[in-house]
Design a protein around this ligand. Structure first.
Ligand code: HEM
Length: 444
């Protein structure tokens, strides 16, 4: 677009507070806030403190930003804040640095490479579930996170050396994610105040980076036989043929931990919640789990044959997905009839798109059959559990393999039942994770 065009503003969503703008509504109930935006149009302005942000509610505009005109956008405010917290790995970079990093990290996540981590995933499930007994109540949300954490750390680090990093992630990641949402919604000056929340976030970052740095030092003094992500990152070369320095390796490792643990852990917990609420789906998932477990899950190709469980997981990821992510214009551009200046922030909510009755019939009904082959495809940009375009989740196969492995191993032995009166609430951060809930273990 030419730079000489006057800026045409999208309409502003009503209800902004003086100074804070829409931040109070966003902080109070982000899912309701993003869900309500479709009533106001396909593109409209909200204010986070003094910062105007353009919110998109139409899949075509989302697709334009993430895919067809992605070259006009960089990551934006969410990722600026995230890089302040987790550094400059793949999760937070844009443009040429992002492309250079993606060239290094993407090969580690190709199907054949992910297959090498199947043993680490199985070990994670066994470690978390080996103490389970019939009649016991288990905290499903934390079991999901523990499995995801062990699966990523067992794959990231040489066998048997991930304990310290896993402990550091467990203690510090939730602190960081809570700090992040506040930093996005509140004005810039607030993030620099020495208030307890900001100090806690600073300590959490130092602890996490310190644990990864120690693992890296151990690896440099006694290199492992390879196969883990850390070995691959330390032997990778950039476009000039130079190895990554320690800070760059730590940034990438941290990006994988931040992006790959709570997202996958929450999805697994939501999957057990949905299984228990839908006996018809549960029967079919159990049948497939029995067949796969009888053969032993030693090859991801077996997981690809779990067709109903795959639809079940796609539907779980539709209902329980990221609350939002962002982009920022690199130059003036046109979007949905508005003309945005360079540097304009854009936000989109996969959660709101996935619950919108314009794109899904009975959007609040859990129905794995909507993913069966032969059913009408959803609009481009309306289903985004893993994003789309150049930043599409690099860990998608890893996450799918891990969740299918965990579901199959657990369902072949256990039925998880909700306790009477249990209410599982959605707790939105960036991903929407379930409130702490316990389920009763029945041996099948
Ligand atoms: C169910 C689990 C997961 C979900 C729902 C999920 C979701 C997403 C989404 C929506 C994005 C795109 C963000 C954007 O466009 O700005 C993304 C990017 C990313 N994810 Fe995942 N993710 C999951 C698991 C994982 C795992 C297991 C890993 C690694 C171990 C991972 C690593 C990453 C990285 C590094 C990026 C940045 C990619 C790039 O910009 O090139 N994710 N993820």
């Amino acid at each position: 677009m030419g730079t000489d065009l006057p800026e045409v503003s999208a309409p502003c969503v009503p209800g902004a507070w003086p100074v804070l703008g829409h931040a109070p509504a966003l902080l109070r109930d982000p899912l309701r806030f993003f869900g309500s935006l479709a009533d106001h149009g396909e593109i409209m302005r909200v204010r986070l403190g003094p910062v105007p942000v353009h919110a998109l509610t139409h899949p075509a505009l989302v697709h334009q930003v993430l895919v067809t005109e992605a070259h006009l956008y960089e990551r934006g405010r969410l990722f600026d804040k995230l890089s302040g917290i987790v550094g400059h790995g793949l999760l937070t970079s844009s443009g040429p640095p992002h492309r250079a990093q993606r060239r290094i990290v993407q090969p580690l996540f190709q199907r054949e490479q992910v297959a090498r981590h199947l043993g680490a995933m199985r070990a994670a499930v066994t470690e978390v579930t080996s103490s389970w007994r019939p009649g016991q109540c288990v905290a499903v949300e934390s079991a999901g996170n523990d499995i995801a954490l062990l699966a990523v750390t067992n794959s990231l680090l040489p066998t048997g050396t991930g304990g310290q990093v896993a402990q550091a992630v467990k203690e510090n990641l939730p602190v960081l994610m809570r700090a992040l949402i506040l930093q996005i919604a509140l004005p810039e000056w607030w993030t620099r105040l020495p208030v307890p929340g900001n100090r806690r976030a600073g300590r959490a970052v130092a602890n996490l980076r310190g644990a990864i740095a120690e693992a890296l030092t151990r690896h440099r003094t006694a290199p492992s036989g390879g196969g883990d992500f850390l070995s691959s990152l330390t032997s990778a070369r950039d476009t000039l043929g130079k190895p990554l320095d320690d800070e760059a390796v730590i940034d990438q490792a941290l990006a994988l931990l931040v992006a790959g643990v709570e997202t996958t852990g929450s999805t697994l917990a939501w999957a057990f919640h949905e299984l228990a609420r839908h006996p018809h789906a549960e029967r079919q998932v159990h049948d497939e789990a029995d067949t796969a477990a009888a053969q032993g899950i030693t090859d991801p190709k077996q997981l690809r044959r779990l067709s109903y469980t795959t639809w079940f997981l796609q539907e779980t990821l539709r209902l329980h997905t990221l609350s939002f992510f962002m982009r920022r214009t690199l130059e003036p551009c046109e979007l949905g009839g508005a003309r945005l200046a360079a540097g304009a922030e854009v936000v989109l909510s996969p959660h709101a798109l996935h619950h919108d009755p314009r794109w899904y019939t009975d959007p609040d009904t859990f129905d794995p059959d909507r993913w069966k082959p032969g059913t009408p495809a959803v609009l481009k940009g309306a289903y985004l559990p893993f994003g789309s375009g150049a930043h599409r989740c690099v860990g998608e196969h890893f996450a799918f393999t891990e969740i299918l492995t965990a579901l199959t191993m657990i369902c072949s032995r256990w039925r998880l039942r909700h306790l009477p009166g249990t209410r599982v609430r959605e707790i939105p951060r960036i991903e929407v994770h379930p409130s702490t809930f316990h389920m009763l273990l029945e041996e099948r």
